[in-house]
Design a protein around this ligand. Sequence first.
Ligand SMILES: Nc1ncnc2c1ncn2[C@@H]1O[C@H](COP(=O)(O)OP(=O)(O)OP(=O)(O)O)[C@@H](O)[C@H]1O
Length: 527
Amino acid sequence: MDFEKHLNLHTIIMLRDVIRKWWQVELSYADKHGLVHDWQRGDIVPPPNDFCRMSLSSKEGLRRCGQSVRVLHEKFKASKKLRRALFHDCHLNFSILGAPIYIANEYEGFLFVEGFARQPLTGRDAEQLRAKMVPIAPPHSDLERAEDRVPVLDGAELSKLTDLLEFAVTEISNYELEQSRRDETLQSLNNDMSDRYRFEKIIGRSGPMMEVFRLMEKVANSDSTVLINGESGTGKELVARAIHHNGPRKDQPFVVQNCSAFNDNLLESALFGHTRGAFTGALRDKKGLFEVADGGTFFLDEVGDMSPALQVKLLRVLQEGTFLPVGGTQLKEVNVRVIAATHKDLGELVKRGEFREDLFYRINVIRVQLPPLRERRDDMPILIDHFLRKHHRDGQRARGLAPEALAILGAYSWPGNIRELENELERLLVLGGDMEIIPAELLSSRIRDAVVPGGGPFIPPRTHGKLHEAVEALEREMIQQGLLRTRYNKSRLARELGISRSNLILKIARYGLDKGLPDDEAEVEEA
Ligand SMILES: Nc1ncnc2c1ncn2[C@@H]1O[C@H](COP(=O)(O)OP(=O)(O)OP(=O)(O)O)[C@@H](O)[C@H]1O
């Protein structure tokens, strides 16, 4: 237990002060071994009682004072059931009053005051005291009339002091209990957070993302091949990295290759390496990325774009851990965990004969499906917050987005997913410069126009009030925006909205949206 900390508690500071002022005694603390740390450090507040002051200032006196305190400690230790204050007479026959500190039923030491008499000293008492001081006090110490300055605490005063001492002890144990409860709560929160956010760079709390995290937890410690499926910008590489960094291969290389980046020959040589003279320009042997990744993880992005010839080679590495460099004759052996990713439907490619079925089954052992951003809109606020922090530069003022900007971002369909959102926020921070709140006007026109065609103010959908009114308001808004978007082509709009043309015309009339519309005859039907 750290008494330094307790001394700084507001209540203890106040109590110490009150006790000092009212009774001229000092509140001190002995630990669970009966040691008074302040005294041992020589950090002694000189007590008004001159006898005690002299005693505490000499080595022998200090030893005797310490011994007296330890007797009280022994009493507390001997009777663990005793939770109240106790008296003991010190080596000078002054009183020590101590109250034990218990925290969660453990004895942790005691608070005490010492150096007072319980009744006025007689002349004889003073004589005896002076005699006791001879071996302790330095020669020629001035103890003339010292007995006049000895605090005397009789019955009523003593009971008040006892109450205060016990109150101080209760304050300390309450504080410690509170602290340990807080520590426990923090600990369990941290455990909770680390469970949930072991993949701390991946932001998401929506149901689909929690599903992804659960799966990642399971696969991180295994060595099995993983297939990550998801649209562009949904975080496939981020997830692959997180799986690698949370697994047993984390100290080994993580190598990335996008299979759609090169033509077939270049990709083969990049993946498997080549020998000298394998092709024009191959001046020396070159290691392939599979060799570089040996012991670690290889992230093969856009695996669906691999040619059939390379698919065979990949299957061999996956099944046997061996491959032949371009132009080589000797098989090389590697131990690589493969995480493949694609935005394509590999099952569909298999059906069309564009992807080997055996390879598909080999890499589709565990499939992590990353949801597009439009299907995890619940994550938008934390993602926005995350990217605003990530791209916020020192000295920049921007703290957030105006409500209209947030509403537009929330309504946009995000075809480029998180990458598009991240780029948009980075751009907004640059354009926002010194602004504290970034207004909707700064959003990319692509986003604004998609959500608010015609550039009017964005009216976010209602979330309260009567349902039929909200439905009607939404219906009116969709028809009005649709008419603008289709340039009043009612047949097209009816198709888009999934209602009949006559039904649309009725609704247009009902909502008063027909004013100023071109004649039906003038409407140009699309092919
Ligand atoms: N859940 C997420 N939390 C935070 N940042 C994310 C998240 N998902 C993706 N990102 C960020 O979005 C950007 C795109 O992610 P990443 O490159 O992993 O996507 P991808 O699906 O591999 O894209 P592509 O298919 O185009 O290669 C990166 O900057 C990444 O850090």
